[in-house]
Write a new protein. Structure first.
Length: 146
């Protein structure tokens, strides 16, 4: 492995670790973000569990820079999820769970309360549970491949 690749991997792990530690500071509360009078994201934290509820909107896609969109689309959904393994591991180590919902359907769980069965075979992690692959793929397609 090249020296640059090793440094990139270390930086990614450090960012994941720092972000997980930052999230462990949340004790409770809710944040709601909207655009053009539409809910885009609701974040609710309670008892070491963080629920992200995403609502798609044409305006989200419009805000994304086209160049960023093209770079994100180059990564497959499987690759994106695999890259989340370190982050999910740090969440578990900090006794945290992130549950992501899309259009009020739980699609993925990261961290402490993840109970992967089939997901573990695909991803190889005990810290990521895919609950609704169809909705996850739909979200990925709407945000990154629009």
């Amino acid at each position: 492995m090249s020296n640059q690749r090793i440094q990139e991997t270390r930086a990614k792990c450090n960012i994941s670790e720092y972000f997980a530690e930052l999230l462990s500071c949340f004790r409770g509360g809710m944040i709601q973000i909207g655009m053009a009078n539409q809910s885009v994201l609701k974040i609710r934290a309670e008892n070491s569990q963080i629920v992200l509820n995403l609502f798609t909107s044409k305006s989200i896609v419009d805000v994304n820079d086209k160049r960023n969109n093209e770079n994100a689309a180059k990564l497959s959904l499987r690759k994106k999820i695999s890259e989340a393994k370190d982050f999910a591991k740090y969440l578990r180590n900090n006794d945290l769970t992130i549950s992501m919902r899309y259009e009020d359907k739980e699609i993925i769980v990261l961290g402490e309360k993840a109970k992967p069965k089939f997901s573990k075979l695909i991803i190889g992690s005990n810290d990521i549970q895919i609950k609704n692959l169809r909705q996850l793929a739909r979200l990925d397609n709407e945000l990154f491949n629009a």
